[in-house]
Design a protein around this ligand. Structure first.
Ligand code: SF4
Ligand code: SF4
Length: 161
């Protein structure tokens, strides 16, 4: 089995179709604009040929997450909580500032959201293939209101044991 498969970033793709000519399996020739993983043998020819650098070779198996002890996890979660407080404060300022200043507040809020996502991922809860995320999905799939979404994600995301 190939160690990698190709992923096309459609936003970068200039649609010159070079990847279609070099792909030995036809995996790049897909109506959805996405590469067909079931046909991709991970040869990398498309990524090498792509002038727009729109294709990345992605490993099929990711390394295991590093074990983190409770001290580290709690410290990460504390920082995430402080960022949530910061977002609340910025949100509270929204009504008191000019339209130009609102743009800055929105940028700061977005940056805090990105930091929180990184922190949660580092805490081991958001890497989609992680066992933590898988266990969480199984848990929430028992909830009638969200079980359909949870089951769809369970079908699509491979768990990295
Ligand atoms: S070679 Fe790159 S830029 Fe050209 S169609 Fe393929 S992905 Fe898009
Ligand atoms: S890595 Fe090889 S098989 Fe996979 S899409 Fe690219 S050219 Fe085709």
């Amino acid at each position: 089995m190939a160690e990698f498969h190709a992923y096309r970033n459609i936003k970068l793709c200039s649609k010159d179709c070079l990847c279609l000519f070099v792909c030995p399996t036809g995996a790049t020739n897909n109506e959805t604009g996405q590469i067909d993983f079931s046909k991709c043998i991970g040869c990398g020819a498309c990524a090498n040929a792509c002038p727009a650098r729109a294709i990345t070779m992605i490993p099929n198996k990711y390394p295991k997450q590093q074990e983190k002890n409770n001290y580290v996890i709690n410290a990460l979660l504390d920082i995430a909580k402080s960022k949530i407080e910061e977002i609340k404060l910025l949100n509270g300022l929204m009504e008191k500032v000019t339209d130009e200043e609102k743009k800055l507040l929105k940028a700061l809020m977005h940056s805090n959201v990105v930091i929180i996502e990184d922190l949660m991922r580092e805490s081991g809860f958001m890497l989609p293939q992680s066992k933590n995320a898988h266990d969480l999905l199984i848990k929430i799939s028992r909830d009638e209101k969200i079980k359909d979404v949870a089951n769809k994600l369970l079908d699509k995301i491979r768990v990295n044991e």
